[in-house]
Design a protein around this ligand. Structure first.
Ligand code: UYC
Length: 228
C-alpha cells in the first residue's frame, strides 16, 4: 500500500546503513513504486561520493526491465554512479558493466588487463606489472578502479578493503593470505577454480594479485599514495 511504501521510503532516507541495506531489496520487490523511491534516493545522494549502499540501489534500477528505469539511468547516470575519471584516457565503462552485473571473475581479469594498459605497452605484452609500474600508477585511475569495486561489491572487494585488513593485521602478509581466502594452511588457493567469484567470498578476496613473483606488487598497491 501507499503507506508501506512511504514507511520504507522514510527508512531508506533516514536509516542507518544496516537498515538501508535491508530496505533496498524490499523496495526492489515492490515494482514501479519501489523503483521510484530508489531512483529518488539515488538522485538525492548524487552530490556526494557513491557508497556501496548507492551501488546496491543502483543495481536494482539497472537490472529492472522497466522502460522508465532505463530512461532514468540514461538521463541521470549514463556512466553509472562512480565518476569514470582517468589520467590517461582509459574508458572504465566495461569494468563498470561487469561489476554491476556481478561478473566478478571477468571484472578481475579486466582489472589486471586494464592496469597493464595504464602501465604501458610493455606491461600489456608481459601481462603482469612490475612493482615500479605500480608505484608510478596514476592516483586518479587507481581510485576509479577501486571505487568501482567497492561500490559494486557491497563494500566487500577492492584494494582499499585489502589495505584496511592488512593494516589491521599489522601489515603481516602471512596473516593476510588466509584472512582473504588466498591461502589455507600452507596451501595457496589455485587460480581460477578455487577462488570464490561472488559475494559469499571473504572480505578483501578480490581483486587478485598473483603472488608467483613475490609480494612486492601487492605491497606497492597497498602503500600507494592513492589511499592517503
Ligand atoms: N594465484 O595462487 N598462478 C594467476 C593468484 C601464486 C600461478 C593469475 C592468487 C602461488 C601460476 C592470477 C593466489 C602460486 C599461474 C593469479 C594464487 C601461483 C598463475 C592469472 C593466492 C603457486 C599461471 C594472471 C596468493 C604456488 C601464470 C597472472 C603464470 C596465474 C592469482 C601460481 C590472477 C591471488 C604462489 C603458475 N594466479 N600463484 O598473473 O604466470 O598470470 O605462470 O600466487
Amino acid at each position: 500500500t501507499a503507506n508501506d511504501i512511504d514507511s520504507l521510503r522514510q527508512k531508506l532516507i533516514a536509516g542507518s546503513e544496516k537498515v538501508q541495506q535491508q530496505i533496498i531489496p524490499q523496495l526492489a520487490d515492490l515494482g514501479n513504486e519501489g523503483l521510484d523511491v530508489l531512483q529518488e534516493f539515488l538522485l538525492k545522494r548524487r552530490d556526494t561520493p557513491a557508497t556501496w549502499i548507492d551501488g546496491k540501489a543502483y543495481k536494482v534500477v539497472y537490472n529492472s526491465d522497466a522502460p522508465k528505469a532505463k530512461e532514468f539511468l540514461q538521463t541521470y547516470f549514463p556512466e553509472g554512479i562512480v565518476p569514470l575519471k582517468s589520467d590517461c584516457g582509459i574508458n572504465y565503462n566495461s569494468l563498470h558493466k561487469l561489476l554491476v552485473s556481478s561478473d566478478f571473475q571477468a571484472a578481475d581479469l579486466l582489472t589486471i588487463q586494464t592496469m597493464c594498459e595504464v602501465a604501458g605497452p610493455q606491461a600489456v605484452q608481459r601481462k603482469w606489472l612490475y612493482f615500479t609500474e605500480v608505484e608510478n600508477f596514476p592516483i586518479q585511475d587507481l581510485q576509479t578502479i577501486n571505487h568501482l569495486w567497492v561500490v559494486h561489491s557491497e563494500g566487500k572487494f577492492g584494494f582499499s578493503v585489502q589495505r584496511e585488513i592488512w593494516l589491521g593485521l599489522g601489515k603481516n602478509w602471512e596473516n593476510l593470505w588466509p584472512k582473504i581466502g588466498w591461502k589455507s594452511g600452507n596451501k595457496w588457493t589455485r587460480y581460477p577454480h578455487e577462488f570464490t567469484w561472488d559475494l559469499t567470498a571473504p572480505r578483501g578476496h578480490l581483486p587478485l594479485s598473483n603472488q608467483l613473483r613475490g609480494v612486492r606488487v601487492m605491497s606497492s598497491l597497498l602503500k600507494h599514495p592513492a589511499w592517503s
